[in-house]
Design a binder for this molecule. Structure first.
Ligand SMILES: Cc1cc2nc3c(=O)[nH]c(=O)nc-3n(C[C@H](O)[C@H](O)[C@H](O)COP(=O)(O)OP(=O)(O)OC[C@H]3O[C@@H](n4cnc5c(N)ncnc54)[C@H](O)[C@@H]3O)c2cc1C
Length: 409
């Protein structure tokens, strides 16, 4: 197996890195300060920065090549190191129109949307004119098992009527969000995996009410935010349904494969940045007559972090490569492995960096606290660690049990 990035991949990495060094690193802390103190407002230079990225051809990089005209032609394996670079500044992926949950929603619309749905919603999303949210999780049921969700989607003539309550709808507080993709049940009596459907709901439809923003470890994560949303007798045209009734579960499964590569590579970027900051900090700072870098415990932390980041990186690249060559279904075990391994690794590495920074590590003057919050939440968002372990454990046992004829041999 060759672990070297291709020349094409290296050129893209060089372009993304140069753009970030030139335009984003200089304002990285200012962005965090502004958005923290101006809830639900965009950073004043946001649109100008997006324009620069678009001009530089660094736009919609995430869509794999099988999406034809919608894709810049990168495989998941080629995009993965670009997501890692973006992870060094967690808010930066939106500058390249590569941020969740829009990436997943754009993939859904590109793959499953009708030509009309693509024209109305995919195009403005691809242009970066609007943002979107994905509404699956519900406060009253354990949503890590998506078969539990209760929101009803009921056909009434040429319309569907939607009733339910959602929460943790990432991006729903963003002033640019115009579109929700909502998962609910069209047939609660069908087989448990075909009860669900997905439907497009414009954010300004009567009956949609943002109840409140949710805080993650005390921060509202403005301007995207995470909302609790009530859906009361929300009526949308029947043509807003994606694919057909009963297809929601299938769409949800397909939506999450590449998205998990993106999350994991961004986390690897955040962990790598934390390690870089830690190395710089300990090389400068003195306690008890010594540079902190000279303490054995600090060197062990740095050595372990370096090993753990590289292990996570190689595992994630293997998952991306498997998706490219064999598809999401074949790659499902590797996708589960990265979802289990990478967010925990990032939490540990960032936590070590915070510790080595002392008081500086927990305040707003470095990106470390924000990165740790992101890494910790990803251990729950997109399904808790335990659910991925439960499924991977089950698959592994199945694969290890030999069929009867082999067992007798
Ligand atoms: C920051 C953030 C962003 C999010 N963004 C979105 C979004 O955009 N759209 C959306 O729809 N949802 C979103 N979510 C919701 C997220 O997907 C759910 O919180 C997650 O699926 C868990 O569902 P739950 O909260 O209902 O927990 P529950 O299902 O109640 O689970 C609680 C706990 O039970 C345990 N558990 C569950 N199953 C098992 C098992 N099989 N084995 C062992 N233990 C188990 C785990 O410890 C788990 O954490 C987001 C969440 C967060 C924190």
């Amino acid at each position: 197996m060759n672990f070297e990035y291709t020349d094409k991949s290296k050129q893209w990495q060089e372009r993304v890195d140069r753009f970030m060094q030139e335009h984003l690193f200089p304002i990285a802390q200012d962005y965090l300060e502004y958005t923290e103190t101006h809830p639900w407002q965009h950073y004043p230079q946001l649109e100008a920065l997006k324009g620069l990225a678009k001009e530089a051809g660094l736009w919609n990089l995430f869509l794999p090549e099988e999406y034809g005209e919608f894709s810049p032609g990168l495989t998941n394996l080629e995009y993965a190191p670009l997501a890692e670079l973006m992870g060094r500044i967690l808010w930066s992926s939106q500058i390249f129109n590569c941020s969740a949950p829009d990436t997943g929603n754009m993939e859904v619309l590109a793959k499953y949307g009708s030509p009309e749905q693509q024209e109305r919603w995919l195009r403005p999303l691809m242009n970066g004119d609007i943002r979107s949210a994905f509404l699956m999780t519900e406060p009253q049921v354990a949503s890590s098992d998506a078969t539990n969700i209760e929101t009803s989607i009921v056909r009434d003539g040429d319309e569907y009527v939607i009733n339910g309550r959602k929460w943790w709808s990432t991006g729903a507080m963003n002033p640019s969000t115009r579109l929700y993709i909502v998962m609910g049940k069209t047939d609660p009596d069908a087989h448990r995996h075909v009860q669900q459907s997905m439907i497009i709901v414009p954010a300004d439809t009567p009956g949609v009410r943002v109840v409140r923003p949710l805080r993650v470890f005390g921060t509202v994560e403005s301007p995207e935010g995470h909302a609790e949303i009530a859906l009361d007798n929300v009526r949308v045209p029947a043509s807003n349904l994606l694919v057909g009734e009963g297809q929601g579960f299938r769409i949800a499964q397909g939506r999450l494969g590449p998205g998990r590569i993106h999350h994991c590579m961004r986390l690897i970027g955040a962990a790598q940045r934390a390690l870089d900051l830690m190395c710089r900090r300990v090389a400068d700072r003195m306690t008890f007559g010594k540079k902190i870098a000279q303490y054995s415990s600090i060197r062990q932390d740095i050595a372990r972090s370096r090993c753990e980041i590289e292990q996570a990186r190689l595992l994630t690249l293997a998952a991306a490569d498997k998706i490219d060559r064999f598809g999401i279904v074949e790659a499902k075990d590797l996708i589960a492995m990265i979802k289990i391994a990478v967010p925990s690794m990032a939490c540990t590495v960032i936590d070590r960096a915070i510790q080595a920074h002392g008081g500086l590590g927990v305040c707003q003057d470095t990106p470390l606290a924000y990165s740790w919050i992101y890494a910790r939440s990803i251990r729950i968002a997109d399904g808790p660690d335990e659910v991925h372990m439960y499924q991977l454990g089950r698959n592994t046992i199945k694969q290890k049990i030999k069929p009867p004829q082999d067992a007798q041999a």
